[in-house]
Design a protein around this ligand. Structure first.
Ligand code: PGA
Length: 249
């Protein structure tokens, strides 16, 4: 089974100046652990600043929060996977709940974005998660498995085995409400079972992260839940002390 992944999703926070200061403070505070992977997802404009500020440390990875489906062309305002790769990104978030629910990203687009990342040698981190109404209707696993199947539909099994998945219930993102460790484990088990259908035993190689109001106080119990292989953290990753504490978990 792979190493735990701690991923910071900065969303639309931290331009280059703030990002540089954050990384300086974080790397001064945080002692590297070789038994885990730490990834920063800054805004695209701050990506190269973060990479330079990290000074080539192999234990700290950097990714983009979004890419477009095509490699180049007339898509004003978008960034492609080859551009992100050239800038130094090793990972790309795909299908984050805000992309789906604020910007109307479809399952078909998440499939094309995962494929675009994979063909450029960027690891996709596919995000899936149900709305509160879907949870209350008992449809959580159906929604999550549908998003998973759709997102993975255009990539080969070998690529799937080297990517990562994040389960982020939409009602838990930025709300202060988290899934209980038991609820997270149940959904992670459904995701793992679906991956096993495609990958067999290699499904164990795919880290499945939990995200949604993770903080320094609840990180340990969520990370200890069976089947939870990492955390995708928004708000609490913007504070050096709390993010370093989460990375120390
Ligand atoms: P949150 O965001 O930790 O602020 O809930 C998580 C995310 O959106 O990835």
């Amino acid at each position: 089974m792979r190493r735990p992944v701690l991923a910071a999703n900065w969303k639309m926070h931290s331009g280059p100046t703030e990002a540089r200061a954050f990384i300086a403070a974080f790397t001064a505070r945080w002692t590297p652990h070789t038994d885990r992977t730490v990834i920063f997802f800054p805004p695209a404009i701050s990506l190269t600043t973060v990479i330079h500020a990290l000074g080539g440390r192999a234990d700290l990875g950097v990714g983009v929060q979004n890419i477009w489906t095509e490699d180049k062309g007339a898509f004003t305002g978008e960034n492609s996977a080859p551009i992100a790769k050239d800038a130094g990104a090793r990972y790309a978030l795909v299908g984050h709940s805000e992309r789906r629910h604020v910007f109307g990203e479809t399952d078909a687009q998440t499939a094309k974005k995962c494929a675009a990342a994979a063909r450029s040698g960027i690891t996709p981190l596919l995000c899936v998660g149900e709305l509160l109404a879907e949870r209350e209707a008992g449809a959580t696993n159906d929604v999550v498995v549908r998003q998973l199947e759709a997102g993975l539909s255009e990539i080969a099994a070998d690529t799937i085995a080297s990517m990562a998945i994040a389960y982020e219930p939409v009602w838990a993102i930025g709300t202060g409400k988290t899934a209980t460790p038991a609820d997270a484990s149940a959904v992670h088990a459904a995701i793992r079972a679906r991956l096993e259908k495609t990958l067999g035993q290699r499904a164990a190689e795919v880290p499945i992260l939990y995200g949604g109001s993770v903080n320094a106080g609840n990180a340990k119990s969520l990370l200890s839940a069976p089947g939870v292989n990492g955390l995708l953290v928004g708000g609490a990753s913007l504070d050096v002390q709390s993010w370093a504490a989460i990375c120390d978990t």
